[in-house]
Design a protein around this ligand. Structure first.
Ligand SMILES: [Zn+2]
Length: 276
C-alpha cells in the first residue's frame, strides 16, 4: 500500500515531467474509482496548465490553472494499489491504466490502480480549506511535529501508543509499517498507554518517526527513474525492516523472538526485550 514515502517519492518523480505543462487531452477508461471520476473533469482540464505539485499526508495535490479561471487542484489519492507514472506518447495502456492526462510535449501522466481504492477529485479554490485536508494534524517531517506535541496530546489517554501515533489528528502519514519501526527504534512497547510515556521518550519517538520516513523517501529517490518509461510498477521499494512483517523472527538487536499483538485492529510486531 502506498504510504507517505511512496506518495512523496511519486511527487518528486513526476513533478519535473508535468509542472508547467499544458493538458491537451484527458482519457478516462474507468471512471468508477473509490470516488467516481467527476463528469466534467475532461472539460475542465483540457487547456489547463499544471502548477507546482505538493503533498499533504497521503494526498497528492496537482494545481491546474485554466485561462481566466479561479485556482483549482486535482486531489489525487493512490488508495491501496494506485500508482502514477510518465508514459511516452504512443505507449499503449495496460490493464488497470484508468486515467491519462496527455501533456503538450507528448508525455502522459498515467494512473494505474488494480484495486480501484484510489481516486482523483476536483478541488475548487484553496486546497488547505477542503474538509479532507483541513482537519489533518501536522506533517511528520515538519517543525510542527515533535515530542512536545506527542506528550501534550497524550496526557490522560489510555489508548496504546501505536494507534495514538497512527491517528491522523496527532500526526499524518505514520502508517502501520512506520509506526512499528519507529517504536522499535525508540525502544517503546507499542502496547504502552500513550498517557504514561515521558516527554524524553516522546522526543526519541518523534526523532525515530522522522528517521524512518526520511530513510524511506531517500531510498525511494534511487528508484525515480522508474517513473518514466516502460518498466511498469514504479516507486515502491523494499526497505530493510526491523520488526514489520517479521513476527517469530529474531530481533536484529538482541536476538529475542519478535512477538505479534493486535492493536487498534492492526498487527503489531515488536521485541518484548528491547521495547518497554
Ligand atoms: Zn530485541
Amino acid at each position: 500500500m502506498p504510504e507517505l514515502p511512496e506518495v512523496e517519492t511519486t511527487r518528486r518523480g513526476i513533478a519535473p515531467h508535468v509542472e508547467g505543462r499544458e493538458i491537451v487531452e484527458v482519457i478516462v477508461r474507468q471512471p468508477r474509482l473509490r470516488l467516481p471520476v467527476p463528469n466534467d473533469l475532461v472539460e475542465r482540464l483540457v487547456g489547463a496548465r499544471i502548477g507546482g505539485l505538493s503533498r499533504r499526508a497521503k494526498y497528492l495535490l496537482v494545481p491546474v490553472q485554466a485561462e481566466d479561471a479561479a485556482s483549482a487542484s486535482l486531489l489525487w489519492h493512490l488508495g491501496m494499489s494506485g500508482s502514477l507514472r510518465i508514459a511516452r506518447l504512443g505507449e499503449l495502456p495496460k490493464k488497470h491504466d484508468h486515467v491519462d492526462l496527455v501533456l503538450d510535449d507528448g508525455a502522459i501522466l498515467r494512473y494505474h490502480d488494480p484495486r480501484r481504492f484510489g481516486f482523483v477529485d476536483w478541488l475548487q479554490g484553496d486546497a488547505a480549506r477542503d474538509p479532507r485536508l483541513a482537519r489533518l494534524g501536522p506533517e511528520p517531517l515538519s517543525e510542527a511535529f515533535d515530542g512536545e506535541r506527542l506528550h501534550a496530546l497524550s496526557r490522560g489517554r489510555r489508548l496504546a501508543v501505536k494507534p495514538f501515533l497512527m491517528d491522523n489528528a496527532v500526526v499524518v502519514g505514520v502508517g502501520n509499517i512506520y509506526a512499528a519501526e519507529a517504536l522499535f527504534l525508540a525502544g517503546i512497547d507499542p502496547r504502552r498507554a500513550a498517557g504514561r510515556i515521558s516527554l524524553a521518550r516522546y522526543r526519541r519517538l518523534a526523532a525515530a518517526v522522522r528517521e524512518v520516513l526520511a530513510a524511506a523517501i531517500t531510498q525511494g529517490g534511487t528508484t525515480l527513474r522508474d517513473f518514466v518509461g516502460g518498466t511498469g510498477e514504479p516507486g515502491y521499494f523494499a526497505q530493510r525492516l526491523n520488526v514489520y512483517g517479521r513476527d517469530g523472527a529474531p530481533c536484529r538487536r538482541c536476538g529475542a523472538e519478535l512477538r505479534l499483538v493486535i492493536l487498534g485492529q492492526r498487527a503489531s510486531v515488536f521485541c518484548a526485550a528491547c521495547q518497554r
